[in-house]
Ligand binder design. Sequence first.
Ligand code: HEM
Ligand SMILES: [Cu+2]
Length: 701
Amino acid sequence: MSRPVGPVFGKLDWSVTPYTDLLQTVNSSTIVGAGAASVLVLGAIAAVAVLTWKGWWGPLYRDCLTSPDAKKIGIMYIVLGLVMMARGIIEGAVMRAHQATAMGTLDQPETGLVSPDHFAQLFSTHGTIMIFFVAMPLLIGLINFVLPQQLGARDMAFPVLNQVSLGLTAAGAGLVMISLLIGKFGTGGWTMYPPYTGKVFSPGEGVDYWLWAILISGVGSTLTGMNFAVTIFKKRAPGMHFMRMPLFCWTSLCVAIMLIYAMPALTVSSSMLALDRYAGFHFFTNDAGGNMMNYANVFWMFGHPEVYILILPAFGVFSEISSTFSGKKLYGYTSLVIASMSIAVISFTVWLHHFFTMGQSAGINIAFGIATMLIGIPTGVKIYDWMATMWRGRVRMTAPIVYMTGFFLLFVIGGMSGIILANPSIDYQVHNSTFLVAHFHNVIIPGVLYGMLAGIHYWFPKAFGYRLDETWGRRTALLFVAGFVFAFLPLYVMGLMGLPRRSPTFQDPAFLPWMYAAGLGALLMLAALASLVWTFLVSWRNREALSVPGGDPWNGATLEWSSPAPVPEWTYPCIPQVTDRDDWGERKRAGDPWRAPDRYVDIEMPADTPHGLLIAAAAFALGFAMVWYIWWLAIAAFLAIPALLIWRGMRVIEPRIVSAADVEDEDRRFREFVARTAPITRAEESTPRNRGVPDCTEFAG
Ligand code: HEM
Ligand SMILES: [Cu+2]
């Protein structure tokens, strides 16, 4: 529907909230809609109340929101990703609940928990959130936290730009969140294909919410890619040659390069769609010479590399933990480097497999089908390398290893179904069915979700100084694995039986048992989410017993394990001189790894600044104003961004100096702690005796 545009509030009026829908018609769909909006409002009120009651506004502002420290920025990204993940998983469960109750008849197709339009909004927000505001923040956050530490650097190359990137991502997430309460989200799926999402078929604000969330956060991710790349090229510690970098740094480099080349394609396709919608262009319209295939091509030029942007950091995590938790050197380092880089490169040559059925010739389909299958080779190499790493190691079944085992079992199935889909003639049979939904969840959940959760569990002590509870950690991991099996394997079957994806209804009772199984899986996923929250809570309550000030709780080999936990803001008292791959491990082998540096110097840290926060606020205002046609606000916000940049550019910004004496003081206390603490063996790692000081003589790997 088209609304009148007022001068002050644009298209906004009181009728845009889901409460209006509820007042007009009371049914399960409007109740779910109003309920979701209420959760958002109550959650925001609760957050404000807690911050005020505890007096946390000041610390939040000073220590987090204005900090350019990559470690803190990383943690904020991860918190953002986890909050959005809660929404995404709940939406997944609501969709499963809907489909489990959605068997209609040909005369009366519309049944089930939510209305068809509401269902369409759900899969659109769910997909958008999971890709852009869960997977991306989790992996960018993890890289932010880990990469500089592993490189032996103090921070990213451009700390304030980093802050801005986080702000832009959060602004995009905020737009998707606010669409729960104000107006509606688009119904075109996470890809928002035109012409359906053009002005003619989608006149409301929904597609615009998607567009601005994507445009704003997309710029943030492009900047992040540049920041990561420059950091890797310029900020490695002396002696850290490329072939000495830990594998997680290599996969971060792949991600950086892919972000730089892939994200702009998304920005372009979204900008063109925005021009169609706002300015009457017809790039993708049905008439006047528009052609939606241009959208499909440009979008997937981003979209396919994107899925490898999502998966490669997880591959990095698995490389680290397979080696650490089996107490062995990573098998096939060079082949893993080559495999990662080949995946990054080949991933730019396969985009057409997302639309095999959209009209190109068989010859073109074959070329892209073969390119797609090729990716299986480097991926297979990796799986073998990790298995060889663990082979004959003394593998400790920690939570990260449970995730990794789940990944081994499930990801291979997902990869195989990908190879099946890569065959164009098979794709013709199952494309757009729930077979595809099963396939991509089958790679994305073991890959991204398990990988990131394994990484969070692994590096958590470095960030907060205490370990996560192992028992609950393992339970969470097992629940995520079991939940996946029930929620998604039935979708393969239903897809082969002919159920299209995104179906708000179906009429064949043969689907019902599979729908119920999938619904049970979604319940298990919800239980896993609750168990994850519980893991954090239990560990926090138990933080004294779980604390590992020694900083090396898993007897690791890479540099970040040489610092205390939690890691100080300057990370290293002196920038380390690297002489080997797995430098920290080699130092353990040589004996006396915790030797103090010869001398301490003053450390320059970037000064805190509110720029990221202000730019985020301006970007959010810009997006919101554009969605609702509030032109004055859009212009003001649009001008505010360059004004903020110029303001920063005009000022002389003094770095903050941490004096050598302070650094020495803290470092000495750390080394004294290590010296007087009894080292523990790997067998005792998950007992309360683990204080983060491992027995170095055990370090054979
Ligand atoms: C954790 C439990 C999850 C559940 C229960 C779930 C459930 C669903 C359901 C029911 C759909 C709609 C299927 C259809 O079109 O028929 C869907 C779509 C989708 N999901 Fe999930 N999902 C989960 C996790 C994830 C994760 C972790 C990601 C990515 C990181 C993800 C990404 C997507 C995407 C991209 C779509 C496609 C949206 C579209 O059609 O445009 N999901 N999911
Ligand atoms: Cu693809």
